[in-house]
Design a protein around this ligand. Structure first.
Ligand code: MG
Length: 257
């Protein structure tokens, strides 16, 4: 069923997406536990692909528009879409890890930013504000609210924290396809856009710079960096709108052991 261009999922379909989401969340938890100085993002990528396939899933990103890996691994001033490589992570880095899992024909998409060893106070604050902005945005994903209430939820928390929301990268609907309508900016006035209803499923993903909001695309055609070279963070959940409130389908913050 559609509402405008937005695909509405049944309760049963949301449960199927949650099965994909559980694999995704466990994958991110595993990867964050591996994030120590000396490990390369290529090692993380291999571990992610092995894990996802061992659970009967498929890494959604691999081959998507030609992307060569199963995760995006974006250190420091790289915001998103980093291609894993053999460079070792160092003490004090922050690393954003984004992964998609397709399972039973449904996609789950989520991301976290993790510290590598001890990090600066600035890095800690960036991660904590960006993570909080995701939870504040998700709290708006309720029937009767408007789409831009989610956007505004991100922006308010990020800007109150003295950080910058990236304007040119957006969240999105998710379901059988990784990218469905609508696009979900991380800024905007509340009370605008489509009315939310049960069965809408969104990938909500604040992307935040310590410095200005500008970003640039690297010559590799994938990696996106903050223009001013400042640290960046990215947190994302796949979330279903339900009559009982927001349901996080990729609960990397919960104990899934
Ligand atoms: Mg996404």
């Amino acid at each position: 069923m559609y509402r405008g261009q937005i695909v509405i999922k049944s309760g049963e379909e949301v449960d199927q997406m949650a099965a994909a989401g559980r694999i995704q969340a466990r994958c991110l938890q595993m990867l964050s536990g591996m994030c120590q100085p000396g490990i390369s993002t290529l090692e993380l990528d291999r571990a992610a692909e092995d894990f996802i396939r061992s659970e009967g899933g498929v890494p959604t990103f691999k081959g998507y528009r030609g992307f060569p890996a199963s995760i995006c691994a974006s250190p420091n001033s790289m915001v998103v879409h980093g291609i894993p490589d053999e460079t070792s992570l160092e003490e004090g880095d922050v690393l954003s890890i984004d992964a998609g899992v397709t399972y039973g024909g449904w996609v789950a998409d989520a991301a976290i930013t993790v510290p590598i060893g001890e990090v600066s106070e600035e890095a800690e604050r960036l991660m904590s504000v960006t993570r909080q902005s995701l939870f504040d945005a998700i709290d708006q994903a309720r029937p009767g609210n408007r789409l831009s209430d989610i956007s505004h939820g991100v922006q308010r928390t990020v800007e109150e924290g003295g950080l910058s929301v990236i304007r040119t990268l957006v969240g999105h609907g998710v379901g059988r396809e990784m990218h469905e309508d609508p696009q979900i900016p991380n800024f905007g006035e509340p009370g605008r856009g489509p009315e939310l209803e049960e069965g809408m499923v969104f990938a909500i993903e604040p992307m935040v710079n310590v410095g200005g909001p500008g970003v640039r695309l690297d010559s590799d055609g994938w990696s996106v960096f903050s223009t001013d070279g400042s640290l960046a963070a990215h947190f994302e959940f796949t979330v279903a709108v339900t009559d009982d409130g927001p349901r996080i389908l990729t609960p990397w913050h919960e104990d899934l052991a």
